[in-house]
Write a protein that binds this ligand. Structure first.
Ligand code: MN
Length: 321
């Protein structure tokens, strides 16, 4: 996924009991001729990170006949990992590290940008409905300059009375993902039947986010509606989700990241100057077409022209934490 917005809207942030905050999404067009729109809940004006999770786009269910589906041409990333998680549909991933993969519902596809990568994401011709999320994870200082990578994992569902879970990163409900992460992380899809209250044992040191894909739930005692993101601060070993209706949520977590990041377009860096340098390197690659010796390379196998970086804002890029 590529961040193509140039003027983000104001966002709503309500503070509730137990330090729980409920955040509303803003609609962001992804670009392209018919401009598929995503709902972005991170970053917000009031919150940049939940653990190392630094970006949360949620989309669909979209009828591809109306939206044109996803067609995101090659674009660069640095200093982060992307998590693609689908509920419906199929996306073809190609990256400059040579990975070609089909992203399917219920399967983790984790791309590590590290030092630099570029990739394209296109929904497949057989996809009629597209529904899912793309999440970014900021890499800490000791991993952010590492080599690019791509990992795939299809978790088995774990089930109990009135619930079903797929744990794609970290540990929850007795299920542990084998995918290693640079900072401790939790990522899981939870299906909860209406009338079920699910009690989860979680890490006390983690902060958590609950993104509601469908239904209405209460987190603690704070009602969270479809498309909203609830934030829970660290300090509790118990997290309760009370489903008022049949619900599907994504549960994300991790200890507070602890490093200030500078995030602009598709780059995560540590200073204004560093991000400007990333942008310059991508634009230099586009200008001379010499992808082989560049930081980012370019994926092969599609005809989409790489996306030029937008203009930098007039002001210096700010640190977020
Ligand atoms: Mn991307």
């Amino acid at each position: 996924m590529s961040n193509l917005e140039d003027k983000p809207d104001e966002v709503v942030c309500e503070s509730g009991r137990g330090g729980i905050e409920v955040m509303a999404p803003r609609d962001v067009p992804l670009g392209g001729p018919r401009a598929m729109t995503v709902r972005r809940t991170l970053p917000q004006r009031e919150r940049s990170l939940i653990g190392a999770w630094c970006f949360l786009d949620h989309y669909g269910p979209d009828d591809v006949a109306d939206t044109g589906g996803m067609s995101v041409a090659p674009h660069p990333h640095t200093g982060l990992q992307t998590v693609s998680w689908l509920f419906t549909g199929e996306i073809e991933h190609r990256d400059s590290a040579g990975h070609h993969a089909l992203v399917r519902p219920g399967e983790l596809n984790l791309m590590t940008a590290g030092h630099g990568i570029s990739h394209s994401e296109v929904s497949t011709p057989t996809t009629s409905v597209l529904h899912g999320a793309q999440l970014w994870v900021a890499l800490p200082a000791d991993a952010r300059d590492g080599r690019p990578d791509f990992e795939h994992y299809a978790p088995d569902a774990v089930t109990g009375p009135g619930w079903e879970a797929r744990v794609f990163l970290g540990t929850l409900l007795g299920s542990t993902s084998p995918v290693s992460t640079a900072t401790p992380l939790l990522g899981a899809e939870l299906l909860i039947s209406g009338g079920t209250e699910l009690h989860l044992d979680v890490e006390r040191t983690f902060e958590h986010g609950v993104l509601v894909d469908t239904g209405v739930v209460s987190i603690g005692e704070v009602e969270t509606k479809q498309h909203q993101l609830a934030y829970l601060p660290p300090g509790s070993q118990r997290l309760s989700i009370d489903a008022h209706t049949d619900a599907r949520v994504l549960l994300l977590g991790g200890p507070p990241f602890g490093e200030a990041i500078v995030m602009w377009w598709n780059f995560v860096g540590r200073s204004h100057e560093e991000v400007v340098g990333f942008r310059d390197e991508w634009m230099a690659q586009l200008a001379d077409g010499r992808y082989d010796d560049g930081r980012f390379g370019v994926p092969t196998g599609n005809d989409l022209p790489p996306i030029p970086a937008p203009d930098l804002p007039n002001a210096r890029l700010k640190e977020r934490r």
